[in-house]
Design a protein around this ligand. Structure first.
Ligand code: BGC
Length: 463
């Protein structure tokens, strides 16, 4: 039996040579991984330096979060977690006994994702109103403070204002880039007379770090590997040349790395392939988030589909005739990859078969099922290798014997083969600076509620 779900077809017996040629291009050697670790560090320095920041691919955005929670925060706070095709609204109660949350999830339909700013924020406000009807009986609260987790690259000007730089992960709402998203949200809430005040905005990685620190004070990195990939960590102000705030104690600030943009300046071309160029050309943000497009859940399914389509055109899959269902861009979900890698083996591929049938291949041959399984394993393997290099690079930068990492996201949570391969590889790449991963369920939502509580505590301290 294979030692790991991703090690199937080690000798690749019986796979077409055209597939093996593509697989070879997807390999990332240990030497390349170490290069990535080193280059990531250089890219991070460029993002922090005022002279190079504008053209830097890794933006290193200061969050205005200067201290992490100390567990004494109390009260009831709301949070809005917006960053994928679903958003969450949370009501968090912080007491001596810890954190209790009520969470509802809402879907963002395609027409809202590509509609106008008014439609988008109006839709969110409607759902916050609905949430309050269900969870906050009339008269319970005068005005609820809300922490807004907004998981897109944004320039912050204070703890509660941030201008969107660019949409990622397939979002294309018009009229938001360059605008303060806190203002847009607050106006939409005020228009409907909803008694909620947005007191802080943070990235999901910053929120994960805050939530992780609330439970464990050895937590130094917040990491998201889901629809997108990114991380945040605490940096000394003396290293943040772009910092525009005060230099009072504590002389530190949490940095949202915006790691998904790594490579947008050409530094990872040595691992990009024809498949990646093809994928990029099908996205709404061409030329941006290049490493994210090789790793995260928004894209992996499409990477696999592109390979399958290419092999069909070469005549070595489906007898040269692509099943109807596979013709559509983005139809092949990353969750299919996870089901296939998790359930199929070298001898039997029931999941590949079922998924191909659902996509219009009536009777896929055993060879086609094996091929799809092998593609999914290879695409996952590469994603895990690249993610490990990015996290390994961060561990080297922090240089702590043990770094606590608070992590969330569907790729980490719901894709065990990916998670295991990535964490194994991190341990190999960074033997001296170890990582301890803690999954913070709903960390992005909880973190901004805790931050709202920190803001309230600071306001009280300043009175
Ligand atoms: C966004 C980041 C976010 C990450 C994970 C990326 O596409 O640019 O801001 O943290 O996805 O959600």
């Amino acid at each position: 039996m294979a030692s790991h779900q991703l090690d199937v077809y080690q000798n690749e017996k019986g796979l077409p040579k055209e597939a093996l040629a593509i697989f070879e291009t997807l390999e990332v050697s240990e030497e390349q991984q170490r290069d990535i670790m080193r280059i990531l560090n250089e890219s991070m320095n460029k993002g922090l330096c005022p002279e190079t920041h504008d053209e830097a691919a890794v933006k290193m955005l200061p969050s205005y979060v200067r201290s992490l929670p100390n567990g004494t925060e109390k009260g009831t706070y709301m949070s809005l977690d917006m960053g994928g095709s679903n958003f969450r609204v949370l009501l968090a109660e912080l007491t001596d006994k810890g954190l209790k949350v009520q969470v509802d999830r809402y879907h963002l339909p395609e027409e809202i994702l590509s509609g106008t700013a008014d439609m988008f924020f109006g839709y969110i406000a409607d759902n916050i109103e609905l949430f309050m009807k269900n969870h906050c009986p009339d008269g319970t609260f005068d005005e609820l403070p809300l922490g807004f987790t907004f998981s897109f690259p944004s320039d912050q000007h204070s703890l509660n204002s941030a201008d969107l730089n660019l949409w990622t992960k397939g979002f294309a709402v018009k009229g938001v880039v360059g605008k303060d998203v806190v203002r847009l949200l607050q106006d939409a809430l005020d228009k409907k007379n909803i008694k909620v005040r947005t007191v802080a905005i943070i990235n999901d990685t910053v929120a994960a770090l805050i939530a992780g620190a609330y439970y464990n004070n050895n937590c130094h990195i917040g990491l998201i590997i889901g629809t997108g990939i990114n991380a945040a960590y605490m940096e000394q102000l003396s290293n943040v040349g772009t910092w525009k705030g005060d230099h009072n104690e504590p002389r530190q600030v949490v940095i949202n790395i915006e790691m998904g943009g790594f490579g947008d300046d050409g530094v990872i071309e040595f691992v990009r392939t024809e498949i990646d160029y093809d994928l990029d050309s099908r996205t709404v943000n061409k030329g941006n988030q290049l490493v994210e497009k090789m790793i995260s859940g928004k894209y992996l399914g499409e990477v696999a589909r592109i390979i399958l389509v290419k092999l069909t055109r070469l005549g070595v899959a489906f007898g040269g005739k692509l099943p109807k269902g596979l013709e559509e861009d983005w139809i092949f979900a990353t969750s299919f990859i996870s089901e296939i890698v998790g359930g199929d083996t070298e001898d039997k591929q029931p999941n590949s078969r079922r998924i191909l049938q659902s996509l219009g291949a009536d009777d896929p041959s055993p060879a086609d099922c094996r091929l799809l399984h092998a593609i999914c394993a290879r695409v996952t393997q590469r994603s895990a290798m690249l993610a490990a290099s990015l996290v390994g690079g961060l561990l080297y930068r922090l240089k702590k014997p043990l770094t606590g990492i608070a992590v969330e996201g569907s790729m980490y949570k719901g894709f065990p083969a990916f998670r295991e391969r990535m964490t194994e590889k991190i341990a190999e790449l960074s033997p001296d600076y170890k990582a301890e991963f803690t999954l913070v369920e709903d960390g992005p939502g909880k973190g901004s509620a805790v931050l709202a509580a920190v803001v309230a505590r600071m306001d009280l301290d300043n009175q």
